[in-house]
Write a protein that binds this ligand. Structure first.
Ligand SMILES: [Zn+2]
Length: 282
């Protein structure tokens, strides 16, 4: 199933997460008319080995919004009530939508990397997900070191207060406690690993990776450094992230497209021609 998802998760994929109002099937938590967000995880079975052990992000039989569940690129969508999240009141629809994919997965990446307040954190790649993660890191008083390709992404990282910004091949000037890689590139994973202190963790925020090159175990992994992948999300990740987003008044960068220009939105993401996320408004 995962292999069929869009290859690049660095940007929000329009149509796979939804902001809307409840029109039918209200529950005690979600009244008719309530504004909810639905992420790309449309539901889980709740019964598999992983679900029974509080690892629902690894569920053997998840369903996906706008993919295996009807909706997305449409005015109406089906959603499970227990996978609809109330949204911060201070955010309009256009700015809330990017939180539901790029935001949540970036937040989960910080958790998988084990980020603690005040630590030095590397972000390798700086797209829709990283530009939200950096705001959370600021709130946690972390130093943020950004290595990324593309002058516009480096400029964005600087404007958002990164401690240090370099190209994708430049190594941060200090040893990092944690690193998150966003590019679908094994070379970048190795660059991140080479920047870590002993005991540090690299979290890979990518569904697909081209190839991890051979690397020197003695220098790069020994010392209890770890490489971890980041897979999907739990509802707790979503709720915790949306709470922090409201507290820090997180405002994602987004570009609006009408539904009739859904193809243009997808092309803009493919061509990396917009900063932040693409949002389709029916
Ligand atoms: Zn399951």
């Amino acid at each position: 199933m995962e292999g069929e998802l869009p290859a690049r998760r660095e940007h929000l994929i329009p149509g796979h997460q939804i902001v809307g109002d409840v029109v039918e099937g209200a529950t005690a938590e979600l009244a008719t008319g309530a504004r909810v967000g639905v992420s790309w995880i449309g539901g889980i079975d709740g019964t598999c080995w992983y679900c029974r052990r509080s690892m629902e992000n690894l569920c053997d039989a998840p369903v996906f919004t706008g993919y295996t569940v009807d909706g997305g690129y449409a005015e109406y969508a089906l959603a499970r009530a227990d996978f609809g999240f109330p949204l911060p009141a201070g955010l309009d629809d256009l700015h809330a939508a990017p939180l539901l994919c790029a935001g949540i997965i970036g937040f989960r990446s910080l958790r998988v990397a084990g980020v603690e307040p005040g630590e030095r954190v590397g972000l390798f790649g700086f797209g829709a997900s990283a530009h939200l993660a950096i705001e959370v890191l600021h709130a946690w008083n972390c130093g943020v070191y950004v290595s990324t390709r593309g002058a516009s992404h480096r400029q964005l990282a600087k404007s958002l207060g990164a401690t240090w910004v370099g190209t994708e091949t430049e190594r941060p000037p200090v040893e990092l406690d944690r690193a998150i890689t966003f590019a679908p590139s094994g070379d970048v994973v190795i660059a991140a690993l080479a920047s870590l202190r002993k005991g540090g963790i690299v979290a890979i925020n990518a569904i697909h990776l081209d190839h991890i090159p051979q690397f020197d175990y003695d220098h790069l992994l020994w010392g209890e450094r770890q490489i971890r992948s980041v897979t999907n999300m739990t509802r707790a990740d979503a709720r915790d992230f949306l709470k922090i987003a409201a507290e820090i008044n997180l405002h994602p960068k987004s570009t609006q497209f009408p539904l009739s220009q859904a193809n243009e939105a997808l092309l803009a993401i493919k061509n990396d021609s917009i900063d932040g996320a693409a949002v389709i408004v029916p």
